[in-house]
Design a protein around this ligand. Structure first.
Ligand code: ATP
Length: 411
């Protein structure tokens, strides 16, 4: 098996973000729409042991200064029962303030914990979130736009780990949106890593939805647990296999998906000639609008999952889409980290909540990850240590707080 490192050609991730900044968000401005679900039983106990009611101020423009500061803050608020005020919401973005997808995510979280949200309107640059008790049930949230369903999940699922029973979320919006995890990255890359911490969820796609219309629908079942566990991911191992999904929907012919897959496969084979590559080619029939993209996953012998993804758009050649995804995957494999450059920021919250010491080797620390750590430090007692192993390789250590879900028995 040839797992030799290919040439480094990494573009800093934040620059890649700028490149797509014209697609600033998938939210073209339509109002968001939340339909709170019914929770069959009242909750009798708080979801956790910390009961500090003093409000915590968080600067939403700190570091990355985007939606992630807000989402992580609101999740921690909900989980720790700590009211928060977030000011300078998304001050780091060209259109600051809440966009529909951000608003929808925090309204969903408000509903799952029966909390109170102040300043919750599109464009708002300051919010207050007063959490209640996390309750299982059925909840529906709709970005009303192509805003990413995955970003709704990012804020809500960690809270539902601490619910009093399984919860079904029916989420509407974009399933494969720019500047966010594609749904398939979330299910094929993030989910198996989250499961190592004990966070479990299942996704059922009813319909795909793409920019600009959105209209996708996904049902997500979240399973509660007593306590998240620390993880150690320091040995990436060898690459066992690479697989993925190359898709088209709407008016695009399936030929486009075949080209993306073929180009991606040939680029991967040049670097990893002995690794089996299996990319499914799919014409999505249950979909609103026209969309195309590719999600690649490398699974390693030590149980690591790293991704490389790309989305098509008008005027972009299929070859380019396949190439982008393959290069992103190869770059993620090149740094020798155990998670890819997008998952690294998404596991910070889990590391902070888990019981014990987590140690994860990543590539270069991203600004999103620094931001997630910054937020976690302000809202929890979790202790982080960042060590640069060598250029482009970093170790994150975290002594988590071991938050206990007092609403469920041991699992
Ligand atoms: N291509 C991608 N694949 C996987 N995850 C991604 C990808 N692009 C972005 N993400 C993840 O999506 C999240 C985006 O967070 P960010 O702070 O940029 O906020 P946002 O809500 O998208 O809003 P905005 O940037 O407009 O404020 C991060 O967790 C990031 O790792």
């Amino acid at each position: 098996m040839n797992n030799a490192a290919p040439k480094p050609q990494r573009q800093p991730r934040e620059n890649r973000r700028n490149r797509a900044a014209m697609a600033e968000d998938q939210d073209s401005g339509a109002a968001s729409n939340i339909i709170p679900g019914t929770s069959p039983e009242p909750v009798l106990k708080a979801a956790n042991s910390i009961q500090d009611t003093s409000i915590v101020d968080i600067d939403g423009g700190a570091l990355e200064g985007g939606g992630q500061v807000l989402r992580n803050t609101v999740s921690f608020s909900c989980l720790l029962h700590r009211p928060v005020r977030v000011y300078n919401v998304r001050a780091g973005r060209s259109k600051p303030g809440l966009r529909p997808q951000h608003l929808t995510g925090i309204m969903l979280t408000r509903d799952v914990c029966q909390g109170r949200l102040e300043g919750g309107s599109v464009g708002s640059t300051e919010i207050q979130f007063h959490p209640g008790n996390i309750q299982h049930g059925d909840y529906t949230a709709d970005t009303g736009t192509a805003g990413s369903i995955c970003l709704l999940l990012q804020v809500a699922i960690p809270c539902l780990v601490y619910a009093d029973g399984p919860t079904n979320l029916t989420l509407k919006g974009g399933t494969n949106a720019d500047m966010a995890p594609q749904l398939d990255h979330m299910t094929m890359v993030f989910r198996p890593i989250a499961e190592k911490f004990g966070m479990k969820f299942d996704c059922r796609v009813i319909r795909r939805g793409y920019y600009p219309k959105g209209g996708g629908e996904v049902v997500v079942t979240c399973h509660p647990t007593k306590q998240l566990s620390a993880v150690t991911m320091t040995d990436r191992g060898d690459i066992k296999q690479i697989y993925g999904l190359s898709f088209v929907a709407g008016v695009l012919p399936v030929r486009v998906a075949h080209i993306m897959a073929k180009v991606a496969e040939s680029i991967i084979h040049k670097e990893y000639k002995d690794v089996p590559v299996n990319i499914d080619v799919v014409k999505e029939v249950a979909a609103v609008g026209t969309g195309t993209g590719i999600v690649l996953v490398a699974e390693t012998t030590t149980g690591c999952y790293l991704g490389g993804t790309a989305l098509g758009k008008k005027g972009k050649q299929a070859e380019q889409v396949g190439q982008e995804a393959a290069e992103e995957l190869i770059n993620n494999l090149y740094h020798g980290g155990c998670v890819d450059d997008y998952v690294q920021d998404q596991i910070i919250l889990l590391m902070a909540l888990a019981k014990g010491k987590s140690t994860v080797r990543i590539g270069a620390l991203s600004l999103h990850t620094e931001t997630a750590i910054h937020v976690a430090k302000q809202l929890t007692e979790a202790k982080f240590k960042i060590t640069e192993i060598n250029k482009g390789a970093t170790l994150i250590e975290c002594d988590g707080i071991g938050l206990v879900n007092s609403q469920v028995g041991s699992s």
